[in-house]
Design a binder for this molecule. Structure first.
Ligand SMILES: [Fe+2]
Ligand SMILES: [Fe+2]
Length: 174
């Protein structure tokens, strides 16, 4: 089934947004390192890798469908600096909520075009966003309850440093 042009373009846009997310989290990781939160920086670096895999999955899907992916420039991630560690994670949560809205829009575009295969493929992304928002909510809760207390903040940072990268297995790509 040939992919509708509107759906192809919407997938391409989402690839760009996932790369943007990766760059945003890489910038957050850098800020966290510069501000003496090596564990949280490690957590964000793994999040950067996850975002790369989200972009790659969408790209591979377009390749599988035999249509072109529009590769565009990635915007400079904003902001470049944050007031404190809590603001970093609040920013990440807000960003994931925006991504969820965009994924839902993408599903609507595919559904309107009658592209059931694309809708089915995007199921994984819809569920992944539930996890991404839940993770960032947990981070916000944990950092806010430790905020202003050097001991609990150190412990929280140490805990964040234990995150292990598990490569995403996106269904239907294999
Ligand atoms: Fe993502
Ligand atoms: Fe994830």
């Amino acid at each position: 089934m040939k992919m509708n042009e509107k759906v192809r373009k919407a997938f391409s846009t989402q690839i760009n947004r996932e790369f943007y997310s990766a760059f945003l989290y890489l910038q957050m990781s850098d800020w966290l390192n510069q501000n003496s939160f090596p564990g949280a920086a490690h957590w964000m670096y793994i999040q950067y890798m996850e975002e790369l895999s989200h972009a790659q999955g969408l790209f591979e899907y377009l390749q599988m469908r035999g249509v072109k992916a529009d590769i565009d420039r990635i915007d400079k991630p904003e902001p470049e600096t944050w007031e404190n560690v809590q603001a970093v994670f609040e920013g990440a949560l807000k960003h994931e909520q925006q991504i969820t809205a965009w994924i839902n829009e993408l599903v609507d575009i595919a559904a309107e075009a009658g592209d059931k295969a694309a809708v089915l493929f995007l199921d994984w992304y819809v569920i992944e966003q539930v996890e991404e928002e839940a993770n960032q909510e947990d981070n916000c809760d944990n950092v806010s309850s430790a905020s202003g207390q050097p001991g609990p903040l150190r412990m929280w940072d140490k805990q964040m440093g234990t995150r292990v990268f598990v490569p995403a297995v996106i269904p239907y790509l294999e």
